[in-house]
Design a protein around this ligand. Structure first.
Ligand code: MN
Length: 512
């Protein structure tokens, strides 16, 4: 019906036609029409029609070949918050699955880095001496990351939100500078690490590089100056290495792809700060990547490379035998290559390469291997999300239990739920601080978590501006404001309402 943005629309549907059935395309056209009508008349800060943003987010989702419901939700993701259309209308027209995803994405817009931290952090980071501030900043962002996952519930919600943020970062120049800095910090601290934990290497790299100039402008410009000439030199050098390698590979009868890969600016900056800012110590500023068909060929090529050029001791990394926590696999070696220049070479199969770029999204898209058992897939997701550090163990056990209950991998993959946070909820104070409470917590738990005085005198609460009784069960994302009266004191029946041990201990002491 509407066709006012034919170019954007055509690009999207070209991508979709490559992997969806014609009937799916028809459904998505109807979804797009609805989104277009809903956003009619709205423009982005850049002056472009608003609908170009959801279309672009859907295009990113299509690059990862996600399913129809995820695409529909990407097209609709800003409708409930930014237009007159409601979530109810979306559910009525397009069903519960799509509405559920849209609702998840809408809720996530509350997960925001506090503005004062965005201002303070670059200065603290530059000074590098206020450990205490670092720690509370780290605590704040770790809570945000957990909260992000807890509120997402379905992994597809996370992927849509990442696509949304990626497009916003690609167009961030249109915003005013202060806003850019906060959003760039938030992207570096919350979004890029999540993309990384999900193994989506392409997205992590792009999010970081788009944020870097806005989050740390001085450092970014200094680094650009520093590496510009060195970088060009190494690109030319790698081209020579590439030709030599191709010749050798042909000689031993291996069909392989060889290309140069420039290190992302942000990860280069992080690495340099760990290496006394000495560029000579960075051997993968431009690295060579060799892609082969099988694992045997990976080791065969490693042997070939080591016979051609002497490896640096201690620099051979076998991530095939020992994958990184997020599932990354590859062989890395650093050699004295042609002319004695030290350079890194990465060797991997096509499939490893694919998983390194697509990560968790690959589980929807990758059709060439038999379905994994849910437990295996689950273990992979688990490692990606929470890493292997010890203090996350309770979540892991929850997650493992979920996996055992599901026998059909396709069904499980469809709605990859993240209910391993089911024992915790995340709520806000009126000024945006986040509290992490046991699930089924009530305003009493909230009040005592802030201060025992607030707990002792609480009479009720406002949740998202609406007055509720003390028995109200808090939900993820609630904004909680406690109402107090001086003459109120704790009552024995509060013990039936309080869930946290801190609140219960205070109440017990007061009533006895
Ligand atoms: Mn959006």
């Amino acid at each position: 019906m509407f066709n006012r943005f034919p170019k954007h629309e055509r690009n999207l549907f070209d991508k979709l036609a490559a992997y969806l059935a014609p009937s799916d395309l028809d459904e998505l056209r109807a979804v797009l029409d609805f989104a277009e009508v809903s956003h009619a008349g709205q423009v982005r800060r850049s002056g472009e029609p608003y609908i170009t943003h959801p279309i672009a987010a859907a295009e990113i989702v299509a690059d990862y070949r996600l399913d129809k419901a995820t695409l529909a939700a990407a097209l609709l993701h800003d409708v409930p918050e930014d237009t007159d259309r409601t979530l109810g209308e979306i559910e009525e027209r397009f069903g519960q699955e799509i509405a559920g995803l849209v609702d998840g994405v809408t809720k996530l817009s509350q997960v925001r880095l506090k503005k004062n931290w965005a201002d303070v952090y670059p200065k603290v980071a530059a000074a590098g001496d206020r450990q205490e501030n670092f720690n509370s900043f780290d605590r704040h962002v770790e809570t945000l990351r957990k909260m992000f996952l807890a509120m997402s519930q379905d992994i597809r919600v996370v992927l849509i939100k990442l696509a949304d943020r990626l497009h916003n970062m690609r167009t961030i120049e249109a915003l005013e500078p202060e806003k850019r800095s906060r959003i760039a910090q938030e992207t570096l601290q919350v979004y890029a690490p999540l993309a990384s934990r999900l193994g989506i290497g392409t997205m992590k790299g792009e999010l970081e590089d788009l944020s870097f100039p806005h989050a740390h402008p001085d450092e970014y410009h200094a680094l650009k100056q520093l590496v510009f000439r060195e970088y060009r030199k190494r690109v030319r050098y790698i081209e020579r290495v590439r030709r030599i390698l191709l010749k050798r590979l042909a000689k031993i009868g291996l069909r392989a792809e060889v290309h140069g890969r420039a290190k992302h600016m942000y990860s280069l900056w992080k690495k340099l700060t760990r290496n006394d800012d000495n560029l000579a110590k960075i051997h993968d500023l431009v690295a060579t990547r060799i892609i082969v068909e099988s694992v045997e060929e990976c080791y065969q090529v490693l042997g070939m490379v080591h016979r051609m050029w002497r490896p640096l001791p201690g620099r051979i990394k076998d991530y095939i035998a020992f994958p990184k926590p997020n599932g990354y696999q590859s062989l890395h070696t650093t050699v004295f290559a042609s002319g004695g220049m030290i350079t890194e070479i990465q060797i991997r199969t096509r499939q490893m390469h694919y998983f390194a770029e697509f990560g968790i999204a690959a589980h929807w898209a990758y059709k060439e291997q038999p379905d994994e058992a849910p437990q295996t897939l689950l273990a992979r997701v688990k490692n990606r999300l929470v890493g292997t550090s010890g203090h996350h163990v309770e979540w892991l056990e929850e997650l493992a239990k979920t996996g055992q209950a599901i026998s059909d991998p396709a069904e499980w993959r469809k709605g990859l739920t993240l209910d391993f946070f089911q024992d915790r909820i995340f709520v806000f104070t009126p000024n945006g601080d986040i509290l992490d409470l046991p699930s089924h917590a009530t305003p009493i738990d909230f009040a005592y978590a802030i201060h025992s005085d607030l707990g002792d005198h609480c009479t009720g609460a406002k949740i998202n501006g609406r007055i509720v009784p003390l028995s109200y069960q808090l939900e993820n994302g609630d904004i909680v404001e406690i109402m107090t009266q001086k003459k109120t004191s704790p009552r024995r029946d509060w013990l039936n309402l309080a869930k946290s041990s801190k609140a219960r201990a205070h109440i017990r002491r007061a009533v006895n």
